[in-house]
Design a protein around this ligand. Structure first.
Ligand code: ZN
Length: 383
């Protein structure tokens, strides 16, 4: 482990805790044995770290110093500092910390320089954004009203009319305007995910608030009803972006699952052929590579304005867009509650197609064994 924070994150504990129970009795400080005391040493007067330029607040080091093991306390300030930085880097998700900070600065830079073309997109105007049938179903807010606008072509995949053509046009033109600005200013933008070389993160250039509203008021009411077992009623953050496909863009997208609990995917248009979305069943982490059953196979052709809603764990991909250009709006909706619960609960994968099959198989075997046992007993008692 180096001090510049280049730590192998896989080796870091998942849940930070002070002290791992491995003391360093011999005064030898090994990387994996760094510990802090359980209570502060009140009689120790900590040093000042104010004169140093550190990645954490100097006050944090002064406070932390009182928790150092006695054999470290009397070392030089530099060594103590080294020891504490090791601990902070290991206990705090440091990569995450700098990543979040950098991303915040990145967004600030874009938002203070980019001039939006269609300001009306940046705040929610439901009547202008959505088709009347969708709005009515959401306002009625019953299972029946939502069902009435949906088609479920394969279990767990819901499609429905959602966006007005005019809204799609405006959003497409805003994205084009943003891309133009990126090109002209040679701004280095981050793409939506590791799989797409084209496309843009809408949250990065000012649409975050509007998309939050979209998730809370329009997607949550649906996912609460259709995806309650994957945190559908507790969605609390999102990643909103557009992807662009075509001969001069990304062509297709391999088979994958999303980093989301619920994914909204709406085609914004243009003219295109190909680009079908294919689905291959819902899988948990353990079964993401398992085979597909016949009834899990679905190929869906995008229609501009029409939404597809599915669980993030529903395996899918996009076939090649063979001509024209296709742009889709993606909203990965996440639930921190669900992610937290998932860490601690076993038997959490009732929604996984493979887990369900394994469970059924176990039940069948158990029934078979019981039958056999009964038959044997019956035979014994009659003979
Ligand atoms: Zn499973």
């Amino acid at each position: 482990m180096s001090l510049d924070g280049s730590v192998d994150r896989r080796k870091q504990p998942q849940t930070p805790s002070a002290g791992n129970g491995n003391g360093n009795r011999n005064g030898v400080v090994e990387d994996d044995k760094l510990t802090l005391g359980r209570s502060p040493n009140e009689s120790h007067k900590p040093e000042s770290y104010e004169d140093l330029k550190l990645e954490f607040s100097p006050l944090l080091f002064s406070s932390l110093e009182q928790y150092l093991p006695s054999n470290v306390l009397n070392l030089s300030r530099d060594l103590k500092l080294q020891y504490m930085r090791h601990i902070l880097v290991r206990y705090s998700p440091e990569g995450e910390r700098t990543r979040v900070q950098r991303h915040r600065e990145y967004r600030k830079k874009i938002i203070s320089n980019y001039q939006p073309l269609h300001r009306e997109l940046y705040t929610m105007h439901a009547v202008n954004f959505f088709v009347p049938s969708f709005l009515k179903a959401i306002n009625d807010n019953t299972k029946e009203s939502l069902r009435s606008i949906m088609i479920e072509p394969s279990p767990g995949v819901y499609t429905f009319e959602m966006l007005q053509p005019h809204f799609c046009e405006l959003l497409l033109s805003e994205v084009e305007n943003f891309e133009r600005w990126v090109h002209e200013t040679k701004f280095r933008i981050m793409r939506p995910n590791t799989m797409n070389k084209y496309g843009a993160v809408l949250d990065d250039f000012g649409l975050e608030t509007m998309l939050d509203k979209l998730m809370e008021d329009f997607i949550c009411p649906i996912s609460r009803v259709f995806f309650p077992e994957v945190g559908g009623s507790t969605l609390d953050s999102h990643h909103g972006f557009v992807v662009e496909y075509g001969m001069d863009r990304d062509v297709d997208l391999g088979f994958h699952v999303d980093d989301s609990e619920v994914t909204l995917n709406v085609c914004l248009g243009k003219q295109f052929s190909g680009g079908e979305l294919f689905f291959r069943g819902i899988r948990c982490d353990n079964h993401v590579h398992s085979g597909t059953e016949q009834e899990e196979i679905l190929d869906y052709s995008h229609v501009p304005g029409r939404a597809v809603l599915h669980r993030g764990r529903h395996r899918h991909g996009a076939r090649a867009t063979t001509s024209g250009r296709r742009v889709n709006l993606l909203l990965w909706c996440r639930s921190s509650v669900f992610r937290e619960l998932k860490k601690y609960q076993k038997e959490f994968s009732s929604w996984c197609g493979e887990c369900q099959r394994e469970k059924k198989e176990r039940q069948l075997l158990a029934v078979g064994a019981t039958k056999l046992e009964l038959l044997n007993r019956l035979q014994k008692s009659t003979s």
